[in-house]
Design a protein around this ligand. Structure first.
Ligand SMILES: Nc1ncnc2c1ncn2[C@@H]1O[C@H](COP(=O)(O)OP(=O)(O)OP(=O)(O)O)[C@@H](O)[C@H]1O
Ligand SMILES: O=C(O)C1=C[C@@H](O)[C@@H](O)[C@H](O)C1
Ligand SMILES: [Mg+2]
Length: 369
């Protein structure tokens, strides 16, 4: 997958890319490739077509080298990686080129349009919006210098660039998502991540592990929606889980459960809790393993599980002797949980709020639980 991040100087492109890298480390592979310049690059061809050999500076040559790199890495990703989890991060992609062309009044030229159309569209295009004053402050405060600072009127120059990016964004032949870079870097990165990884997280674990409780708390704290596969099954059938088990049996329930989970994994943008036994179904394990969403296992001792589920009311598989049933189910399920989980969080001796905060922190920093 190719991600384009663009915006004027000081908008926070590199910060966003760094933040995304951290957040996506466990679910996707990140690539950033820069290839060496080749003598016959795209820009030279365009300059020839334009009859303006002096039209571009060496900085723009560099930009086109990056465009070449993107074309190559794109091909590589498709040809030999072929993985849906492969991401290439590219800042300053062809939106930047468009912006420069706008500055020079060259945007309308057919040769340039042709060049831009011939480049592969990114899978996700992000534009960071920023006030020129904020961008100038950031540029002044950072270690890396910027050519804007040597302009006679840096603020005016930044204003022009901000405007050029807006215009350039409108001309792109694909949709571009704008993110407000006035927010703190963590928020910007979290929003970008939410556009890439759906659902935000999937919670798995034994009955009583706290998937529904913690999932809801986590979703609320992130301002995201929450869904529970049990509830999705109930909504789809109009029956409660115990009624469904009684009327149709466990196999019919598992079939429905597998369907609602597959749908949620491809479309739901929030925190998803799965029913305790969902991972026993092969198709669901496969779907979880090939999803980019982080899978979080909530663990608890059988003693805690038993204390939390009580007599097992509303949980048909715990009927009879809940403690004995929990022990049996755990023995069968533990290996399956381990196969699909990327993170494991222990919930014994911790309140739901503490567990939710731990999961949130681990997901933001991609540390192991
Ligand atoms: N860390 C915790 N400490 C104490 N009680 C908890 C904790 N987590 C959840 N609980 C309580 O345990 C009970 C079961 O939790 P919950 O329904 O969230 O489990 P679940 O994993 O969704 O179970 P199921 O697989 O049956 O859907 C609830 O009453 C909840 O308030
Ligand atoms: O552990 C299980 O197999 C189940 C857990 C619940 O969430 C429900 O999905 C259903 O009661 C089955
Ligand atoms: Mg639940």
């Amino acid at each position: 997958m190719l991600i384009e991040v663009c915006g004027p100087d000081g908008a926070g492109k590199s910060t966003l890319v760094d933040g995304l890298r951290v957040r996506l480390r466990s679910s996707v592979r990140a690539y950033e490739r820069i290839v060496r310049s080749e003598s016959r690059n795209l820009l030279e061809r365009v300059m020839l077509e334009l009859g303006r050999p002096d039209a571009f500076s060496s900085r723009e040559h560099e930009l086109v080298v990056i465009l070449d790199a993107i074309r190559q890495s794109h091909a590589d990703l498709h040809v030999y990686r072929g993985s849906p989890h492969s991401h290439a991060f590219v800042t300053f992609y062809h939106c930047a080129l468009l912006a420069r062309l706008h500055e020079r009044g060259l945007a309308a030229d057919e040769a340039l349009r042709h060049l831009l159309r011939s480049l592969p569209p990114p899978d996700l295009s992000l534009r960071l919006t920023v006030e020129p004053e904020t961008a100038l402050d950031r540029i002044r405060n950072r270690v890396k210098g910027d050519d804007v600072l040597s302009a006679p009127e840096p603020l005016a120059r930044l204003r022009d660039r901000v405007h050029a990016y807006e215009l350039a964004g409108r001309e792109l032949p694909y949709e571009q998502v704008t993110l407000d870079s006035a927010q703190c870097p963590e928020q910007v990165a979290a929003q970008a991540r939410a556009l890439l990884v759906r659902p935000y997280a999937v919670l798995i674990g034994m009955p009583g592990a706290g998937k529904s409780t913690i999932g809801r708390l986590l979703a609320d704290s992130l301002g995201l929606p929450f869904a529970d596969s049990d509830q999705l099954v109930e909504e789809r059938t109009g029956q409660t889980i115990p009624d469904l088990f009684a009327a149709e049996g466990e196999d019919a329930f598992r079939k429905l459960e597998t369907e609602v989970i597959a749908d949620a994994l491809s479309a739901f943008n929030g925190v998803l809790a799965l029913g305790g036994g969902a991972v026993v179904t092969d198709a669901t394990r496969q779907a979880l393993l090939s999803s980019a969403a982080p899978v979080v296992l909530l663990r608890a001792s059988v003693a805690s599980l038993h204390e939390r589920v009580g007599d097992g009311a509303g949980r048909p598989l715990l009927a009879g002797d809940p403690r004995a049933r929990l022990l049996e189910l755990e023995a069968v399920r533990e290996p399956y949980y381990r196969i699909v989980a990327g993170l494991t969080v222990d919930t014994d001796q911790r309140t739901p709020a503490q567990v939710a905060a731990t999961v949130r922190m681990l997901l933001a920093t991609n540390r192991r639980g």
